[in-house]
Ligand binder design. Structure first.
Ligand SMILES: C[S@@+](CC[C@H](N)C(=O)[O-])C[C@H]1O[C@@H](n2cnc3c(N)ncnc32)[C@H](O)[C@@H]1O
Ligand SMILES: *[C@@H]1O[C@H](CO)[C@@H](O)[C@H](O)[C@H]1NC(C)=O
Ligand SMILES: *[C@@H]1O[C@H](CO)[C@@H](O)[C@H](O)[C@H]1NC(C)=O
Length: 271
């Protein structure tokens, strides 16, 4: 079983506008791992569950061809609208039934999407399409994001913690209690002998406070709350914004803050 969300046009736009991409440091960790096992030039990379393509485009300069796949036409449209590289293309196909031929792929990446898939089916597909010594990268990030601003960072993060707690009951049951545990379990059970686990890949970016709120509103649990109780969801977002603005002592949510996002996940190499 897998879960299909994030497919609306509106939601795809939120993704494009507010989601934080992996840093160049993370891309370098992936490329270094890949280089240890395969020698360049690298042929084909596939980014599964690519959404609006923020991660996909970062692979472009390092591969002769990059394909982003997703089940959502709205997300793929958003990705195509913003695509400039000639060697990046997008395809609609489920993670559990990828359209690539056997043993043709150098690298499979999945960013903040694996937890929605049918995990065993997807891993079987990955094993089928990877070349020998091809690599798999499964990344996710914690929704516990941190804000820094002047001397009030602690107060801001207390407000954010309340926000995360309010969203917790709307977590999709398919995800279980902890995505971190799912990725760790997958790392421990994956039958590829060469693998690495990373738990603290911090990505920091200066964004207007309003973008942090936009990022929160793009999360599946916020979207679930919005469907169930629109008034409550909108009020939560407004109240949180107001409290953060007040704590910062600024005039508006256009003020920039430092947003820190913690990525974690695994890198593995097929024998
Ligand atoms: C949280 S988004 C992550 C998007 C992007 N990788 C990023 O880092 O921003 C999850 C994406 O996975 C896609 N997705 C969910 N289930 C899928 C499946 N079974 N096969 C392929 N894509 C799927 C959704 O449509 C969505 O675009
Ligand atoms: C793929 O496209 C990117 C961006 O245009 C470019 O930097 C890269 O060299 C291309 N790769 C190949 C092998 O042509
Ligand atoms: C591709 O791989 C699958 C599973 O690994 C296998 O069952 C199938 O026969 C292979 N197809 C071809 C054309 O080699």
């Amino acid at each position: 079983m897998s879960i299909r969300l994030f497919e609306g046009k509106e939601h795809a736009l939120y993704y494009w506008k507010y989601r934080i991409s992996p840093s160049q440091d993370i891309i370098n960790i992936i490329l270094t791992f890949l280089q240890k096992h395969r020698s360049p030039p690298f042929g084909l990379a596939v980014d599964v569950g690519c959404g609006s393509g923020q991660g996909t485009v970062l692979l472009g300069p390092h591969f002769s061809e990059v394909v982003g796949t997703d089940v959502s036409p709205a997300q793929l449209n958003m990705a195509m609208q913003h695509s400039t590289a000639h060697n990046i293309t997008y395809r609609e196909c489920p993670a559990e039934k990828l359209s690539m031929e056997n043993a043709t792929v150098d690298l499979v990446t999945t960013i903040a999407a694996f937890h929605w898939f049918d995990h065993p089916c997807f891993l079987k597909e990955v094993d089928r399409i990877l070349k020998p010594q091809g690599c798999l990268v499964l990344l996710d990030y914690s929704i516990i994001m941190e804000l820094s601003y002047g001397h009030c960072s602690e107060t801001l993060n207390d407000i954010c913690k309340e926000l995360y707690a309010a969203l917790m009951p709307y977590r999709n049951p398919y995800l279980g209690d902890s995505s971190l545990d799912l990725y760790k379990r997958t790392y421990n059970t994956l039958e590829y002998p060469v693998k690495e686990w990373h738990e603290n890949l911090w990505v920091r970016k200066t964004v207007p406070l309003s973008h942090y709120i936009g990022m929160i509103e793009s999360l599946s649990n916020y979207q679930a709350m919005l469907r169930e109780d629109p008034e409550k969801a909108k009020q939560l977002s407004l109240d949180t914004t107001e409290r953060l603005v007040k704590a910062m002592g600024v005039a508006s949510e256009d003020t920039e803050v430092l947003l820190s996002v913690r990525y974690y996940g695994l890198l593995a190499c097929k024998p």
